[in-house]
Design a protein around this ligand. Structure first.
Ligand SMILES: *[C@@H]1O[C@H](CO)[C@@H](O)[C@H](O)[C@H]1NC(C)=O
Ligand SMILES: *[C@@H]1O[C@H](CO)[C@@H](O)[C@H](O)[C@H]1NC(C)=O
Ligand SMILES: *[C@@H]1O[C@H](CO)[C@@H](O)[C@H](O)[C@H]1NC(C)=O
Ligand SMILES: *[C@@H]1O[C@H](CO)[C@@H](O)[C@H](O)[C@H]1NC(C)=O
Length: 467
């Protein structure tokens, strides 16, 4: 914290649309979680090596994209490249146990299990991030909670993660007895650049003065790699927080990163709803969530991107990248756990080339491109103002997301700007499966974003998240 002047604090926020005259939910139907910037969500842009920091973020986003694009192999350990990582994510605090213990979690719409670092013997390997102070990772202690129970092998919640076939593996359980003490197998989950492993618990999730949820399925992680903080999965599978709480919708507004140590925060709003409310939140543009035909990518929130517009030009993105095929590959997802938006190479090339073409009035900063891995970068030193084309995503249903300049060009220092979209060198089809476009949190900043689960639609409007 001492060097926080050089830290880029990312805080998470969820805006309650308190000023909007929505049909008022009953007081108990909305849960608001205030979020402050936890230590592990700091992005450090050291003034000594800003290019290195950008490169680091780009690597993280790529690593995450690699993971998301691989078919789900949640419970076996996959090998993926390990990159130096500081979190480019946003996190929340949740209270588990009796009496409640507070733990921090990265809010992740791209995965589903909720887990925390657990027991006094929790081990995190390679968690000595150069830019993050991990001075004793706070862990959840099941022994100090009267409501902690291991999930049994026969428990249907065990099947949420392991599928119905897990029942046949409950060998110690005599099929004629109800009474099986064998626990659900340990889980191993792979993330973009890290992983975690542990045992499933049934615990009480407590929102003080609002709501208490007994029997919440939560992962007690005993060992992690490059994952010093818990993760709250907000994906679409049954074990996710929204699924277990039966949320009708949730919304947030991600604050912009700031080069100071002000702990900016905003709110994540969980709406447990009631009745048959299909009213749209005033001011939001909506696009329907899409179904991916394959189970492998069932965790993700797909939206249908129809067009990318740069300045006056419609970028001609081939259809196969916009719509998931029968093999499940292609399409666009919204992921709060990815920092920079990822685009598969052919899409990215079209976008990067269009910017290079339209921003011919600035010199390309090749050296910075080399150091950051981002492209294109332009040297704007000496310019009094910056002029670059607009960047707009057009979604099905007519919803347009016009990105604020700061959401697609990074200003590392006043001299150079870089397009904050990443890709990789996957060539040919068959190598890069999964979503073709992953809309990351850097591009979602200063938008009020709503996941309307009941009505299967994604809503957004541009808004200053720091009110
Ligand atoms: C269930 O377990 C308890 C304690 O382990 C034991 O006393 C009881 O007999 C068991 N019941 C059955 C039906 O196996
Ligand atoms: C960029 O990197 C490539 C290969 O690493 C190198 O050949 C080239 O000279 C570099 N360009 C600049 C401007 O540093
Ligand atoms: C940008 O251009 C200026 C002069 O035009 C030059 O002095 C400076 O080194 C350039 N910066 C980078 C990062 O290339
Ligand atoms: C990726 O491709 C670009 C050119 O398309 C090349 O400059 C770069 O070195 C490649 N990177 C890797 C890691 O292969």
């Amino acid at each position: 914290m001492a060097s926080s002047r050089f830290l880029l604090l990312l805080s998470f926020l969820i805006l309650i649309s308190s000023s909007t005259p929505t049909p008022t939910p009953t007081p108990t139907s909305t849960i608001t979680i205030p979020l402050s910037a936890p230590s592990s969500t700091k992005l450090i842009i050291s003034s000594k090596n800003p290019w290195g920091a950008l490169n680091h973020l780009a690597s993280l986003s790529l690593s995450r994209a690699h993971h998301i694009k691989s078919p789900k192999t949640k419970f076996s350990l996959l090998k993926t490249p390990l990159f130096p990582r500081s979190y480019g994510g946003y996190s929340i605090s949740l209270n588990f146990g009796t009496p409640p213990q507070t733990t921090k979690f990265v809010m992740d719409t791209g995965s589903s299990l909720v887990w925390f670092p657990c027991t006094s013997r929790y081990l995190c390997s390679r968690c000595d991030f150069p830019n993050i102070e991990v001075t004793g990772i706070p862990t959840f202690i099941p022994k100090q909670s009267s409501s902690s129970n291991l999930i049994g092998c026969k428990n249907h919640k065990c099947s949420w993660l392991f599928g119905p076939k897990v029942q046949s593996k409950c060998q110690e359980c005599n099929p004629t007895t109800q009474n099986c003490t064998q626990s659900c197998p340990p889980y191993v989950i792979q993330y973009g650049s890290g992983s975690t492993a542990g045992l499933l618990l049934s615990e009480t999730l407590d929102f003080p003065h609002k709501k208490t949820i007994p029997g919440f399925l939560v992962g007690c992680s005993l060992f992690s790699i490059r994952q010093p903080e818990g993760i709250a999965g907000f994906g679409r599978s049954p074990e996710s927080l929204p699924s277990q709480l039966g949320l009708k919708k949730f919304s947030y507004c991600l604050v912009s990163h700031a080069f100071d140590d002000t702990p900016v925060s905003s709110d994540l709003v969980l709406d447990t709803g009631s009745g048959s409310d299909d009213t749209k939140t005033p001011g939001l543009s909506y696009t329907p969530f899409q179904k991916n035909p394959t189970a492998a990518f069932r965790d993700y929130y797909y939206v249908l991107l129809r067009n990318i517009v740069i300045g006056d030009t419609h970028v001609k993105v081939p259809y196969k990248f916009l719509v998931p095929g029968s093999d499940g590959n292609g399409g666009t997802i919204v992921d709060s756990g990815t920092t920079f938006t990822f685009m598969e190479k052919p899409v990215y090339e079209l976008v990067a080339k269009e910017f290079e073409k339209q921003v011919a009035h600035y010199t390309v900063a090749t050296e910075v491109q080399n150091q950051t891995g981002l492209r294109p970068c332009f040297n704007i030193s000496g310019e009094k103002s910056v002029s670059v084309p607009e960047f707009i995503f057009h979604f099905k249903g007519g919803a347009k997301m016009a990105l604020p300049l700061a959401n697609y060009f990074s200003f590392v220092d006043s001299g150079v700007i870089c397009l904050t979209i990443v890709s990789d060198n996957m060539s040919g089809s068959g190598i890069g499966g999964g979503p073709a476009i992953i809309l990351g949190n850097y591009q979602q900043r200063n938008f009020h974003v709503e996941f309307d689960l009941k009505n299967e639609r994604f809503g957004f409007k541009q808004q200053n998240c720091v009110s």
